[in-house]
Design a protein around this ligand. Sequence first.
Ligand SMILES: Nc1ncnc2c1ncn2[C@@H]1O[C@H](COP(=O)(O)OP(=O)(O)OP(=O)(O)O)[C@@H](O)[C@H]1O
Ligand SMILES: [Mg+2]
Length: 251
Amino acid sequence: MAKKQERLPLSRSKEFVLSENTRFVITEAYKTARTNLIFSLAPCKNKIAVVTSCSPAEGKSTNCLNLAITMAQMGASVLIIDADMRKPVLHALLDLENKTGLSTVLGGITDDVAKVIKPKVRPSLDVLTSGPIPPNPAELLSSKKMQLLLELVGKHYEYVFIDTPPVTVVSDAFLMNKNTAGMIFVIKENHTNHGAINDALERIKMTEGKVLGFLKTNCGSQSRRGFKNYGYKYNYNYKYKYEYHSNSNNG
Ligand SMILES: Nc1ncnc2c1ncn2[C@@H]1O[C@H](COP(=O)(O)OP(=O)(O)OP(=O)(O)O)[C@@H](O)[C@H]1O
Ligand SMILES: [Mg+2]
């Protein structure tokens, strides 16, 4: 089992969201991740990427948001969906109201998704927040309405990023396998263990899901002098144990 992670207060968590104050080395790492992601999405049926990880608090939501921001910075139209209807945080990280969102659309409470999506939260970036926490997230995510929503946003936006709960805790992320391009798997250095990764990959395979790539966070988190230094690395094709490898048969 992975170590239990401390959660920071919201004000500290917001500091990890990309902004004009973010250090150059971090924005560059996300740009590298963006380039690799564009390559791995190129042959896919749509450009919808599900962001997940093995366990809680490994950085899924923060990285889902930062990847979406980095993609939108190119001028591409991007939507981010908070499909973690158990522990939603994207609205809080972005200071958005959350009375309506994915849960109210899927629950039939709000019928016009265009009115629920928050436009231009950042340049080129629209956001569909989670909405109020529903009692049946898995049922909503596996509904026909969710399938239709993904078809709609897949046509309308150039890229869609979906934040989800951890795959070894609940199976929500797998419920979108059929209608999305694949998963971006977040791995936290010195935290996520190999056993958990193997279990998760086995479950992805069993549910006919696909891994688009791995995003390794917290790279080199402990320098020799003990200072924390956050880095990001993105690789694709997990057969090659997290070393960069171009996968041309990724379709
Ligand atoms: N680069 C970073 N450096 C240090 N802490 C970070 C970093 N990115 C995120 N965190 C912190 O780690 C915690 C978990 O982050 P986040 O909410 O993104 O993870 P998560 O995997 O989505 O969690 P959950 O499983 O609850 O959905 C938060 O307290 C966040 O502030
Ligand atoms: Mg999260």
